[in-house]
Design a protein around this ligand. Structure first.
Ligand code: GLC
Length: 548
């Protein structure tokens, strides 16, 4: 085997603790759609708790729970009215405590969402701001400004909401307030020390309750450019994640993350934070994970990479290089509650499924930490034909087809008919397709060819194989359309190789060692010490690699 690239080790300082987060597999629970314990059609915390044995059996290390705080649900909980309590729809604070304790007893860590860029418009602070006069301390917690033009009738600048339309809404006394998302999500002013103090207190509240970390919502949004200058372009949503805008990825935002890191480090047990940051380059994304900032950042460059070997390799290399340069683990994510599910993105139907299976092996073999979005382990596709009357996502303001409801359809657990064990009682908040009968957990359980079996086996091997998780990778020269790399454990403790064929013809890959797991049927003509494998399109293979 020839090694054509040796990447810089991304191992960082491993002394002094378990560094569990450097190679954790973190499962995203979209609470609303996971499991409904009280029969109201909406998932809840006791529902999550009831399914902990399933999650522990799947073999993940931690759960990230999407917001379950008191909220009018204008953006399904990303509009928080009380950061220190649970919305009755999702349960009680006692349920949260029980869930954390029970998850820990199952060996699962808990990461909760924190939403610091904006509050709900029903938050006590915003209600007080509306009742107070321009220039008051109450308004100074948010971004209130006078408008432009005659009578201040035009918004203060040209910023656009991520959900469409202007990012400003006018209040009756004539001032405008900023909301980078829905009008029900007013942006906080992070130049105000009171905002810092409040969020430090909120973080402590949940840390004291025992959570292991935070997923920081819109971690790139809290700092705005001084003077709130115009962008100068329409369709700013198209620039998200590709350009630095005066309201996203501004350098002063990093001071907030440093402050939070100090707070997290003052707790025992390696509590972590992962940034949801849309940065224009992997380099700028890595800035969020410098040693004195957050521990991880979601790698959306990987999520958005097309199904094509050279481009995928370039994204992997760049992600490892930039994360490694700041000593952070790279992260890998294929789906979440904001994007079209990857089975559908990768081509839908049989093609999408085959690719999603191969992508699972690719993702879980890469160095660093991986995220699994609920239902990807079942191979769920995006639901593209949700009846109009059910679609509720505020992002739909942006236009036809832009809504995120299709990736948020409740999980099918068991049985022959919807709601497939999601809950007993009211119909689920989004209808579950009848065809998901074959995709339920129960239908896949025990079927060795199922997506669920593939995830369980891959996660088992990942836990047990010393070469997987944190570390480096070596690329091996391979035919066009394919990628082959080797992971090597320190001290000669084993090597695992991964090959993936992203091309459209079968490719011959040299395998010296013992095949461990394939995402689809592969033909091998192995001799005792290995041989060649004909890897069909959209297929990945792991094997225990021999030296050499
Ligand atoms: C993040 C969340 C998304 C939400 C937005 C506003 O991008 O993932 O669901 O709508 O922030 O809070």
């Amino acid at each position: 085997m020839t090694q054509d690239t040796l990447l810089v080790p991304a191992s960082g300082d491993r002394g002094g603790g378990t560094r569990w987060w450097r190679d954790a597999v973190i499962y995203q629970v979209y609470v609303r759609s996971f499991a409904d314990s009280d029969g109201d059609g909406v998932g809840d915390l006791p529902g999550v708790r009831s399914r902990l044995p399933y999650l522990a059996g799947l073999g993940v290390d931690a759960l990230w729970l999407t917001p379950f705080y008191v909220s009018p649900m204008a953006d399904f909980g990303y509009d928080v009215a009380d950061y220190r309590d649970v919305d009755p729809l999702f349960g009680t604070l006692a349920d949260a405590r029980d869930l954390i304790a029970d998850a820990h007893a199952h060996g699962l860590r808990i990461i909760v969402d924190v939403v610091p860029n904006h509050t709900s418009d029903r938050h006590a602070w915003f209600q007080a701001a509306l009742a107070a006069a321009p220039g008051s301390v109450e308004r100074a917690r948010y971004v209130f400004r006078d408008g432009r033009g005659p009578g201040g009738a035009e918004p203060p600048n040209d910023w656009e909401s991520v959900f469409g339309g202007p990012a400003w809404t006018r209040v009756p006394d004539g001032q405008w307030y900023l909301h980078l998302f829905a009008p029900e999500q007013p942006d906080l002013d992070w130049e105000n020390p009171e905002v810092h103090a409040e969020f430090a207190d909120i973080l402590r509240f949940w840390l004291d309750l025992g959570v292991d970390g935070f997923r920081v919502d819109v971690a790139h949004g809290m700092a705005k450019a001084p003077g709130l200058p115009d962008v100068g372009h329409p369709n700013q949503v198209e620039m998200l994640g590709t350009a630095v805008l005066p309201y996203f990825d501004q350098d002063p935002v990093h001071a907030i993350h440093r402050e939070w890191r100090r707070l997290l480090d003052s707790y025992d047990g390696e509590r972590i934070a992962v940034a949801e940051a849309w940065a224009p380059t992997p380099q700028r994304l890595a800035d969020y994970t410098r040693p004195d900032e957050l521990h991880q950042a979601f790698n959306f460059h990987y999520l958005t990479a097309p199904w094509e070997a050279d481009g995928m390799r370039a994204v992997i290399d760049e992600s490892l290089r930039t994360a490694g340069a700041v000593g952070a683990p790279a992260t890998w994510v294929l789906s979440n509650h904001d994007v079209k599910r990857h089975v559908t993105r990768y081509g839908d139907g049989e093609t999408g499924l085959r690719r999603a299976r191969a992508a699972a092996l690719l993702t879980l073999a890469l160095p660093g930490s991986s995220y699994v979005y609920q239902g990807e382990e079942l191979g769920l596709p995006e639901v593209l034909d949700l009846p109009e009357e059910f679609q509720q996502d505020p992002q739909r303001l942006r236009g036809e087809g832009a809504g995120r409801d299709g990736c948020r359809v409740p999980l099918p657990w068991e049985g022959e008919e919807p709601p497939f064990g999601f809950g007993a009682g009211a119909a689920p908040w989004l209808p579950i397709p009848t065809e998901w009968r074959d995709l339920t957990v129960a239908a896949q359980d025990g079927d060795p060819g199922s997506m669920l079996a593939l995830y369980r086996e891959a996660l088992r091997i990942r836990r047990e194989h010393p070469a997987l998780g944190d570390g480096d990778l070596y690329w091996i020269a391979s035919p066009p359309g394919t990628l082959v790399f080797v992971r090597e454990a320190g001290g000669g403790n084993g090597r695992l190789a991964c090959a993936i064929n992203m091309g459209d013809t079968t490719a011959r890959v040299s395998v010296r060692g013992t095949p461990l797991l394939a995402s689809g049927p592969v033909h091998t003509d192995r001799t005792a010490s290995g041989g060649d494998v004909d890897l069909p399109p959209d297929t990945a293979l792991w094997w225990d690699a021999e030296e050499g």
